[in-house]
Design a protein around this ligand. Structure first.
Ligand code: NAD
Ligand code: 0WE
Length: 263
């Protein structure tokens, strides 16, 4: 089956082979998509280039999403390389490390701005920059986390940012709907990526996740990739503005099962 044959997909947020963006890239490639990759900047180049080469991807462009100029430049380069683009994946989130520990109320003004700029506004900025070259029938996708809805210890300003990101998904879906372009998000369970490394309490959270989630299994970048194929393919032609949970069912649980009845 080639669900993405003939489609051009641009993926933002590849850092390394553990990135959710890489799981999505591999899944898109398997489904016949033509892939373009964008990464944050020079420091990641030596990791990202070989990954791109391994799937025969030649469009590999740096873009710090804090910069309107850099976003405009990738859009221009994408137009030169592909003409039009069918799919944009935004797999980017960032807050200063010191904001992801302790009390949420200690969030600084500058830290709040950074989290909102990089984790929220960048999705809207990318959507706007690519609007002229998006092909009808296309799809935009971003990645979110349940800390947007319920309190996750230490997730703090990122939870607030993800709530705003999810609201952005709905406003963008409304804006782009008349042009035949859909906008959705995947809400993934915790995954051991670079963005989870060294996060205080992540290990304990990761372990308890698999004990509480109905399917009792952790989530992989590859499984996010399969859901991304669905959402960005014509299989999901009447689905827009949605948050799709890829979390082994974790989000449906209210009161966790006592451990002894947990089999
Ligand atoms: P990751 O570290 O592999 O990816 C995050 C990416 O954001 C990196 O590639 C990084 O370079 C990029 N980035 C940060 N600042 C940037 C900037 N200024 N310009 C351009 N790119 C920038 O980690 P990941 O877990 O794959 O994260 C991808 C997305 O998935 C994020 O939105 C994250 O919030 C979300 N998510 C992660 C988990 C998890 O548990 N890992 C769960 C749910 C959602
Ligand atoms: O969205 C994320 C990652 C968010 C993130 C992580 C970092 C760590 C390194 C954003 N910015 C940074 N900045 C850094 O300097 N996740 C869903 C993974 C994650 O991060 C957490 C979590 C979970 C889950 C942070 C605290 C608590 C739980």
């Amino acid at each position: 089956m080639s669900l993405l044959q003939g489609k051009v997909a641009l993926i933002f947020g590849l850092a390394n082979e553990r990135s959710i963006a890489w799981g999505i890239t591999k899944a898109f490639h398997e489904q016949g998509a033509t892939i373009g990759i964008s990464y944050a900047g020079e420091a990641l180049e030596k990791r990202v280039k070989p990954l791109a080469a391994s799937i025969g991807c030649t469009f590999v462009e740096p873009c710090d999403v804090a910069s309107d100029e850099q976003i405009a430049l990738v859009a221009k380069k994408a137009q030169d390389a592909f003409g039009q683009v069918d799919i944009l994946v935004h797999s980017i989130g960032f807050a200063n490390r010191d904001e992801l520990t302790g009390k949420y109320y200690n969030t600084s003004r500058a830290g709040f701005h950074t989290a909102m700029d990089i984790s929220v506004f960048s999705f809207t900025a990318i959507a706007r920059a690519f609007q002229p070259i998006l092909r009808p029938g296309g799809a935009l996708l971003t990645l979110t986390y349940y800390g947007s809805e319920k309190v996750a210890p230490n997730y703090n300003v990122m939870g607030v940012a993800k709530a705003a990101l999810e609201a952005s998904v709905r406003y963008l879906a409304s804006d782009f709907g008349p042009d035949g372009i859909r906008v959705n998000a995947i809400s993934a369970g915790p995954i051991r990526t670079l963005a989870a490394a060294g996060v205080s309490g992540f290990k304990d959270m990761y372990r308890s996740f698999s004990e509480i989630a109905p399917l009792r299994q952790p989530v992989s970048p590859e499984e996010c990739g399969q859901a991304a194929v669905y959402l960005c393919s014509d299989m999901a032609s009447r689905t827009t503005g949605q948050i799709l949970f890829v979390d082994s069912g974790y989000n449906i649980m209210g009161v966790p099962q006592p451990p002894e009845k947990n089999g």
